[in-house]
Design a protein around this ligand. Structure first.
Ligand SMILES: NC(=O)c1ccc[n+]([C@@H]2O[C@H](COP(=O)([O-])OP(=O)(O)OC[C@H]3O[C@@H](n4cnc5c(N)ncnc54)[C@H](OP(=O)(O)O)[C@@H]3O)[C@@H](O)[C@H]2O)c1
Length: 349
Protein backbone atom coordinates (compact mmCIF):
# COMPACT_ATOMS: atom_id res chain seq x y z
CA UNK A 1 0.00 0.00 0.00
CA UNK A 2 1.57 3.30 -1.10
CA UNK A 3 1.03 6.45 0.94
CA UNK A 4 -0.07 9.64 -0.80
CA UNK A 5 -0.25 13.17 0.55
CA UNK A 6 -2.36 15.74 -1.33
CA UNK A 7 -1.00 19.23 -0.75
CA UNK A 8 -3.87 21.67 -1.42
CA UNK A 9 -7.58 20.98 -1.06
CA UNK A 10 -9.24 23.25 -3.62
CA UNK A 11 -11.03 22.36 -6.88
CA UNK A 12 -8.35 19.89 -7.95
CA UNK A 13 -7.02 18.59 -4.62
CA UNK A 14 -10.48 17.74 -3.26
CA UNK A 15 -11.36 15.80 -6.40
CA UNK A 16 -8.12 13.88 -6.54
CA UNK A 17 -8.45 12.94 -2.87
CA UNK A 18 -11.97 11.69 -3.32
CA UNK A 19 -11.01 9.33 -6.16
CA UNK A 20 -7.81 8.13 -4.52
CA UNK A 21 -9.85 6.97 -1.55
CA UNK A 22 -11.47 4.42 -3.89
CA UNK A 23 -8.10 2.95 -4.89
CA UNK A 24 -7.24 -0.17 -2.86
CA UNK A 25 -3.56 0.15 -3.81
CA UNK A 26 -3.21 3.54 -2.10
CA UNK A 27 -3.88 5.28 1.13
CA UNK A 28 -4.32 9.03 1.43
CA UNK A 29 -2.47 9.98 4.59
CA UNK A 30 -3.88 13.49 4.59
CA UNK A 31 -4.33 16.81 2.86
CA UNK A 32 -2.59 20.15 3.20
CA UNK A 33 -4.58 23.28 4.13
CA UNK A 34 -3.21 26.81 4.24
CA UNK A 35 -6.22 28.87 5.37
CA UNK A 36 -8.22 28.22 8.55
CA UNK A 37 -11.71 27.95 7.07
CA UNK A 38 -14.71 25.64 6.81
CA UNK A 39 -12.91 23.36 4.35
CA UNK A 40 -10.90 21.97 7.27
CA UNK A 41 -14.16 20.71 8.78
CA UNK A 42 -15.35 19.43 5.41
CA UNK A 43 -12.14 17.44 4.98
CA UNK A 44 -12.42 16.05 8.52
CA UNK A 45 -16.03 15.06 7.90
CA UNK A 46 -14.81 13.06 4.90
CA UNK A 47 -12.45 11.13 7.14
CA UNK A 48 -9.32 13.00 6.05
CA UNK A 49 -6.48 14.10 8.29
CA UNK A 50 -5.69 17.77 7.78
CA UNK A 51 -2.13 19.05 7.97
CA UNK A 52 -1.04 22.69 7.92
CA UNK A 53 2.29 24.47 7.50
CA UNK A 54 4.40 24.28 10.66
CA UNK A 55 4.53 28.06 10.99
CA UNK A 56 0.74 28.39 10.66
CA UNK A 57 -0.28 25.82 13.27
CA UNK A 58 -1.29 28.62 15.67
CA UNK A 59 -3.81 30.00 13.14
CA UNK A 60 -5.73 26.71 13.24
CA UNK A 61 -6.35 26.57 17.00
CA UNK A 62 -10.13 26.45 16.44
CA UNK A 63 -9.88 23.50 14.08
CA UNK A 64 -9.02 19.82 14.33
CA UNK A 65 -5.70 19.26 12.65
CA UNK A 66 -3.42 16.22 12.63
CA UNK A 67 -0.07 17.99 12.51
CA UNK A 68 2.29 19.84 10.21
CA UNK A 69 2.62 19.34 6.46
CA UNK A 70 6.36 18.97 7.01
CA UNK A 71 5.83 15.97 9.31
CA UNK A 72 3.21 14.39 7.03
CA UNK A 73 5.63 14.52 4.11
CA UNK A 74 8.18 12.51 6.08
CA UNK A 75 5.70 9.64 6.06
CA UNK A 76 4.60 9.53 2.39
CA UNK A 77 5.70 7.85 -0.84
CA UNK A 78 4.47 10.56 -3.21
CA UNK A 79 2.89 13.96 -2.93
CA UNK A 80 0.29 15.33 -5.30
CA UNK A 81 0.72 19.07 -5.25
CA UNK A 82 -2.56 20.88 -5.93
CA UNK A 83 -1.44 24.37 -4.98
CA UNK A 84 -2.37 27.57 -6.81
CA UNK A 85 -0.18 28.11 -9.90
CA UNK A 86 3.44 28.93 -9.04
CA UNK A 87 3.29 27.59 -5.47
CA UNK A 88 4.05 24.07 -6.68
CA UNK A 89 7.50 25.19 -7.75
CA UNK A 90 8.09 26.86 -4.38
CA UNK A 91 6.97 23.67 -2.61
CA UNK A 92 9.31 21.62 -4.78
CA UNK A 93 12.28 23.72 -3.74
CA UNK A 94 11.42 24.16 -0.07
CA UNK A 95 9.80 20.80 0.75
CA UNK A 96 9.78 17.97 -1.75
CA UNK A 97 13.36 18.09 -2.99
CA UNK A 98 14.96 18.54 0.44
CA UNK A 99 12.87 15.61 1.70
CA UNK A 100 13.57 13.59 -1.46
CA UNK A 101 9.87 12.92 -2.13
CA UNK A 102 8.53 12.37 -5.65
CA UNK A 103 5.81 14.80 -6.66
CA UNK A 104 3.12 15.43 -9.24
CA UNK A 105 2.44 19.08 -10.09
CA UNK A 106 -0.61 20.65 -11.73
CA UNK A 107 -1.03 22.68 -14.89
CA UNK A 108 -0.63 26.10 -13.27
CA UNK A 109 3.09 25.35 -12.97
CA UNK A 110 5.59 25.46 -15.80
CA UNK A 111 7.95 23.07 -17.55
CA UNK A 112 9.81 25.92 -19.24
CA UNK A 113 12.12 28.54 -17.72
CA UNK A 114 13.83 29.04 -14.39
CA UNK A 115 10.81 27.94 -12.35
CA UNK A 116 10.15 24.71 -14.24
CA UNK A 117 8.94 21.93 -11.96
CA UNK A 118 9.92 19.18 -14.42
CA UNK A 119 11.10 18.59 -17.96
CA UNK A 120 8.07 16.35 -18.56
CA UNK A 121 4.53 17.57 -19.16
CA UNK A 122 2.35 14.51 -18.86
CA UNK A 123 -0.40 13.47 -21.25
CA UNK A 124 -1.28 9.81 -20.85
CA UNK A 125 -2.26 9.45 -24.52
CA UNK A 126 1.06 10.88 -25.74
CA UNK A 127 3.90 10.13 -23.31
CA UNK A 128 2.82 7.70 -20.58
CA UNK A 129 6.03 5.66 -20.85
CA UNK A 130 8.25 8.71 -20.25
CA UNK A 131 6.81 9.08 -16.75
CA UNK A 132 7.79 5.56 -15.64
CA UNK A 133 9.75 5.85 -12.42
CA UNK A 134 10.21 9.62 -12.82
CA UNK A 135 10.31 11.68 -9.62
CA UNK A 136 8.94 15.11 -10.60
CA UNK A 137 6.32 15.44 -13.33
CA UNK A 138 3.77 18.08 -14.24
CA UNK A 139 0.27 17.10 -15.30
CA UNK A 140 -0.89 19.31 -18.18
CA UNK A 141 -3.67 21.77 -17.43
CA UNK A 142 -7.27 21.11 -18.40
CA UNK A 143 -7.02 22.92 -21.75
CA UNK A 144 -3.68 21.34 -22.55
CA UNK A 145 -5.00 17.87 -21.71
CA UNK A 146 -8.15 18.43 -23.76
CA UNK A 147 -6.28 19.54 -26.88
CA UNK A 148 -4.16 16.39 -26.75
CA UNK A 149 -7.27 14.21 -26.80
CA UNK A 150 -8.10 15.65 -30.23
CA UNK A 151 -4.66 16.27 -31.72
CA UNK A 152 -3.05 12.90 -31.03
CA UNK A 153 -5.72 10.76 -32.76
CA UNK A 154 -5.76 13.19 -35.71
CA UNK A 155 -2.02 12.89 -36.14
CA UNK A 156 -2.09 9.10 -35.77
CA UNK A 157 -4.62 8.88 -38.59
CA UNK A 158 -3.67 11.69 -40.98
CA UNK A 159 0.05 12.30 -40.27
CA UNK A 160 1.66 14.36 -43.04
CA UNK A 161 -1.72 15.27 -44.52
CA UNK A 162 -2.13 17.81 -41.71
CA UNK A 163 -0.86 21.35 -42.42
CA UNK A 164 -1.84 23.35 -39.36
CA UNK A 165 -4.11 23.63 -36.34
CA UNK A 166 -5.65 26.94 -35.25
CA UNK A 167 -7.34 26.83 -31.88
CA UNK A 168 -9.32 29.44 -29.98
CA UNK A 169 -9.74 28.55 -26.33
CA UNK A 170 -12.88 30.01 -24.80
CA UNK A 171 -12.01 29.64 -21.13
CA UNK A 172 -14.42 29.53 -18.20
CA UNK A 173 -14.05 32.33 -15.66
CA UNK A 174 -14.27 30.27 -12.46
CA UNK A 175 -15.12 26.82 -11.20
CA UNK A 176 -18.59 25.91 -9.96
CA UNK A 177 -17.59 25.67 -6.31
CA UNK A 178 -15.46 28.84 -6.36
CA UNK A 179 -18.42 30.83 -5.18
CA UNK A 180 -16.16 33.55 -3.74
CA UNK A 181 -14.95 34.29 -7.29
CA UNK A 182 -17.52 36.54 -8.96
CA UNK A 183 -18.05 36.43 -12.72
CA UNK A 184 -17.23 39.74 -14.38
CA UNK A 185 -19.37 40.95 -17.27
CA UNK A 186 -16.67 41.14 -19.91
CA UNK A 187 -14.76 39.04 -22.43
CA UNK A 188 -11.15 39.09 -21.35
CA UNK A 189 -8.31 38.52 -23.80
CA UNK A 190 -5.27 36.46 -22.75
CA UNK A 191 -1.94 37.77 -24.05
CA UNK A 192 0.56 35.05 -24.87
CA UNK A 193 -1.41 32.07 -23.53
CA UNK A 194 0.84 29.24 -22.33
CA UNK A 195 -1.36 26.47 -23.68
CA UNK A 196 0.15 26.15 -27.17
CA UNK A 197 3.70 25.93 -25.82
CA UNK A 198 2.57 23.41 -23.22
CA UNK A 199 0.92 21.18 -25.83
CA UNK A 200 4.09 21.31 -27.91
CA UNK A 201 5.98 19.78 -24.98
CA UNK A 202 4.33 16.48 -25.90
CA UNK A 203 3.05 17.10 -29.44
CA UNK A 204 6.39 18.32 -30.80
CA UNK A 205 8.06 21.71 -30.53
CA UNK A 206 7.69 22.43 -34.26
CA UNK A 207 4.04 21.37 -34.49
CA UNK A 208 2.05 23.86 -36.59
CA UNK A 209 -0.26 24.68 -33.71
CA UNK A 210 -1.48 28.25 -33.14
CA UNK A 211 -3.48 28.98 -30.01
CA UNK A 212 -5.46 32.06 -28.93
CA UNK A 213 -7.40 32.36 -25.71
CA UNK A 214 -10.19 34.45 -24.26
CA UNK A 215 -11.97 34.17 -20.94
CA UNK A 216 -15.75 34.46 -20.67
CA UNK A 217 -18.04 34.84 -17.63
CA UNK A 218 -19.19 31.27 -17.17
CA UNK A 219 -18.43 28.44 -14.76
CA UNK A 220 -19.64 25.82 -17.22
CA UNK A 221 -16.55 24.37 -18.88
CA UNK A 222 -14.11 25.57 -21.53
CA UNK A 223 -14.97 25.43 -25.22
CA UNK A 224 -12.27 24.95 -27.85
CA UNK A 225 -12.88 26.07 -31.44
CA UNK A 226 -10.43 24.26 -33.68
CA UNK A 227 -9.70 24.61 -37.41
CA UNK A 228 -7.65 21.82 -38.93
CA UNK A 229 -6.06 22.40 -42.34
CA UNK A 230 -5.19 19.51 -44.64
CA UNK A 231 -2.86 19.33 -47.67
CA UNK A 232 -5.73 18.42 -49.97
CA UNK A 233 -9.48 18.18 -49.57
CA UNK A 234 -10.36 17.74 -45.91
CA UNK A 235 -12.06 14.55 -44.65
CA UNK A 236 -15.82 14.54 -44.10
CA UNK A 237 -17.11 15.22 -40.55
CA UNK A 238 -18.16 11.57 -40.28
CA UNK A 239 -14.56 10.46 -40.90
CA UNK A 240 -13.33 12.80 -38.19
CA UNK A 241 -15.96 11.63 -35.71
CA UNK A 242 -15.17 8.00 -36.46
CA UNK A 243 -11.65 8.52 -35.09
CA UNK A 244 -12.94 9.18 -31.59
CA UNK A 245 -15.28 6.21 -31.25
CA UNK A 246 -12.88 4.26 -29.03
CA UNK A 247 -10.86 7.16 -27.65
CA UNK A 248 -10.52 7.37 -23.88
CA UNK A 249 -12.16 10.46 -22.42
CA UNK A 250 -13.79 11.77 -25.59
CA UNK A 251 -17.58 11.72 -25.98
CA UNK A 252 -19.46 12.73 -29.13
CA UNK A 253 -22.61 14.68 -28.44
CA UNK A 254 -25.10 16.04 -30.98
CA UNK A 255 -27.88 17.81 -29.16
CA UNK A 256 -26.31 19.80 -26.33
CA UNK A 257 -27.22 23.45 -26.90
CA UNK A 258 -24.45 24.60 -24.60
CA UNK A 259 -21.91 23.48 -22.05
CA UNK A 260 -24.37 23.74 -19.17
CA UNK A 261 -26.56 21.03 -20.70
CA UNK A 262 -23.68 18.63 -20.24
CA UNK A 263 -22.95 19.76 -16.69
CA UNK A 264 -26.65 19.47 -15.80
CA UNK A 265 -26.76 15.96 -17.20
CA UNK A 266 -23.68 14.99 -15.17
CA UNK A 267 -25.38 16.40 -12.09
CA UNK A 268 -28.67 14.60 -12.74
CA UNK A 269 -26.83 11.34 -13.27
CA UNK A 270 -24.99 11.76 -9.97
CA UNK A 271 -21.52 11.83 -11.50
CA UNK A 272 -19.00 12.66 -8.76
CA UNK A 273 -18.54 16.45 -8.36
CA UNK A 274 -20.83 16.82 -11.44
CA UNK A 275 -17.74 16.03 -13.54
CA UNK A 276 -17.69 14.06 -16.75
CA UNK A 277 -13.86 13.85 -16.58
CA UNK A 278 -13.63 14.21 -20.36
CA UNK A 279 -14.04 16.36 -23.44
CA UNK A 280 -17.21 16.40 -25.52
CA UNK A 281 -17.07 16.88 -29.27
CA UNK A 282 -20.12 18.90 -30.26
CA UNK A 283 -20.54 16.80 -33.39
CA UNK A 284 -23.35 18.96 -34.79
CA UNK A 285 -20.81 21.80 -35.10
CA UNK A 286 -18.22 19.91 -37.19
CA UNK A 287 -17.97 21.06 -40.79
CA UNK A 288 -15.63 20.31 -43.64
CA UNK A 289 -15.00 23.18 -46.05
CA UNK A 290 -12.41 22.76 -48.81
CA UNK A 291 -9.12 21.98 -47.08
CA UNK A 292 -10.36 22.73 -43.55
CA UNK A 293 -12.25 20.89 -40.86
CA UNK A 294 -13.88 23.13 -38.24
CA UNK A 295 -14.81 21.58 -34.94
CA UNK A 296 -15.75 22.46 -31.37
CA UNK A 297 -15.48 20.50 -28.17
CA UNK A 298 -16.10 21.36 -24.54
CA UNK A 299 -13.62 20.50 -21.84
CA UNK A 300 -14.64 19.61 -18.28
CA UNK A 301 -12.18 22.00 -16.67
CA UNK A 302 -11.92 20.47 -13.22
CA UNK A 303 -12.69 16.85 -14.05
CA UNK A 304 -10.49 16.09 -17.01
CA UNK A 305 -7.16 16.11 -15.21
CA UNK A 306 -8.22 13.83 -12.35
CA UNK A 307 -7.97 10.46 -14.16
CA UNK A 308 -4.77 11.78 -15.74
CA UNK A 309 -3.26 12.35 -12.29
CA UNK A 310 -4.24 8.79 -11.47
CA UNK A 311 -2.54 7.42 -14.59
CA UNK A 312 0.56 9.48 -13.84
CA UNK A 313 0.76 8.29 -10.28
CA UNK A 314 0.74 4.68 -11.46
CA UNK A 315 3.59 5.33 -13.87
CA UNK A 316 5.70 7.11 -11.25
CA UNK A 317 5.03 4.94 -8.21
CA UNK A 318 4.31 1.47 -9.58
CA UNK A 319 5.91 1.64 -13.06
CA UNK A 320 2.88 -0.15 -14.47
CA UNK A 321 2.50 -0.73 -18.20
CA UNK A 322 0.10 1.64 -19.95
CA UNK A 323 -2.47 -1.14 -20.33
CA UNK A 324 -2.35 -2.11 -16.67
CA UNK A 325 -2.59 1.50 -15.51
CA UNK A 326 -5.41 2.23 -17.95
CA UNK A 327 -7.46 -0.75 -16.75
CA UNK A 328 -6.98 0.23 -13.13
CA UNK A 329 -7.89 3.88 -13.76
CA UNK A 330 -10.97 2.76 -15.68
CA UNK A 331 -12.06 0.58 -12.74
CA UNK A 332 -12.12 3.70 -10.55
CA UNK A 333 -13.38 6.38 -12.94
CA UNK A 334 -15.77 4.33 -15.16
CA UNK A 335 -15.03 6.60 -18.10
CA UNK A 336 -16.39 4.21 -20.71
CA UNK A 337 -19.73 3.99 -18.98
CA UNK A 338 -19.95 7.79 -18.58
CA UNK A 339 -19.07 8.29 -22.22
CA UNK A 340 -21.77 5.84 -23.36
CA UNK A 341 -24.37 7.53 -21.18
CA UNK A 342 -23.48 10.98 -22.48
CA UNK A 343 -23.50 9.81 -26.09
CA UNK A 344 -26.84 8.10 -25.67
CA UNK A 345 -28.50 11.06 -23.98
CA UNK A 346 -27.18 13.60 -26.50
CA UNK A 347 -27.50 11.26 -29.51
CA UNK A 348 -28.31 12.51 -33.01
CA UNK A 349 -32.09 12.82 -33.34
N1 LIG B 1 -9.58 24.48 -11.40
C1 LIG B 1 -9.35 23.92 -12.56
O1 LIG B 1 -10.23 23.82 -13.40
C2 LIG B 1 -7.99 23.38 -12.89
C3 LIG B 1 -7.90 22.48 -13.95
C4 LIG B 1 -6.65 21.92 -14.24
C5 LIG B 1 -5.54 22.31 -13.53
N2 LIG B 1 -5.68 23.22 -12.51
C6 LIG B 1 -4.45 23.57 -11.77
O2 LIG B 1 -4.49 22.91 -10.49
C7 LIG B 1 -3.81 23.70 -9.52
C8 LIG B 1 -4.77 23.97 -8.37
O3 LIG B 1 -5.87 24.69 -8.88
P1 LIG B 1 -7.27 24.74 -8.12
O4 LIG B 1 -8.25 25.24 -9.13
O5 LIG B 1 -7.54 23.46 -7.42
O6 LIG B 1 -6.98 25.88 -7.05
P2 LIG B 1 -7.88 26.29 -5.80
O7 LIG B 1 -9.25 25.76 -5.93
O8 LIG B 1 -7.67 27.75 -5.64
O9 LIG B 1 -7.18 25.52 -4.59
C9 LIG B 1 -5.86 25.72 -4.23
C10 LIG B 1 -5.57 25.00 -2.94
O10 LIG B 1 -4.17 25.11 -2.65
C11 LIG B 1 -4.01 25.46 -1.28
N3 LIG B 1 -2.76 26.19 -1.11
C12 LIG B 1 -2.56 27.50 -0.88
N4 LIG B 1 -1.22 27.74 -0.80
C13 LIG B 1 -0.61 26.55 -0.99
C14 LIG B 1 0.73 26.14 -1.02
N5 LIG B 1 1.73 27.00 -0.84
N6 LIG B 1 1.02 24.83 -1.24
C15 LIG B 1 0.03 23.93 -1.43
N7 LIG B 1 -1.28 24.27 -1.43
C16 LIG B 1 -1.58 25.57 -1.19
C17 LIG B 1 -5.23 26.26 -0.94
O11 LIG B 1 -5.40 26.14 0.45
P3 LIG B 1 -6.32 27.11 1.33
O12 LIG B 1 -7.67 27.11 0.68
O13 LIG B 1 -6.30 26.43 2.64
O14 LIG B 1 -5.65 28.45 1.32
C18 LIG B 1 -6.32 25.54 -1.73
O15 LIG B 1 -6.81 24.45 -1.00
C19 LIG B 1 -3.31 24.94 -10.27
O16 LIG B 1 -2.01 24.67 -10.74
C20 LIG B 1 -4.29 25.03 -11.45
O17 LIG B 1 -3.75 25.73 -12.53
C21 LIG B 1 -6.88 23.75 -12.17
Amino acid sequence: MKKIFVNGYGSIGSRITSFLKDDPELTVIGIGKYSPDEKVEIANSRGLDVYVPEKKIGDFSNYKIAGSIESALDNCDLVIDAAPGGHGYKNKVSLYEPKNIPAIYQGGESVIGSEAVSDLLFNSRANYAQALGKRHVMQGSCNVTGMGRILEPLRDKFGDELIRFDVTLVRRWADIEQTEKKLVDTIEMSEKPHHGDDVKMYFGKDAPLYVRAIKVPTRQMHLHIMDIRFKGIAPKPSEIHELFTDEFGVAKVWTAKGTKDIRDYAQNMGFNFTDTNMIHIHANMTTSIGDTVQMMYSDDQTGIVIPENHMLLQAMLFEKSYEEAFTHTESIFHMKEKKEKLQEYFAKK
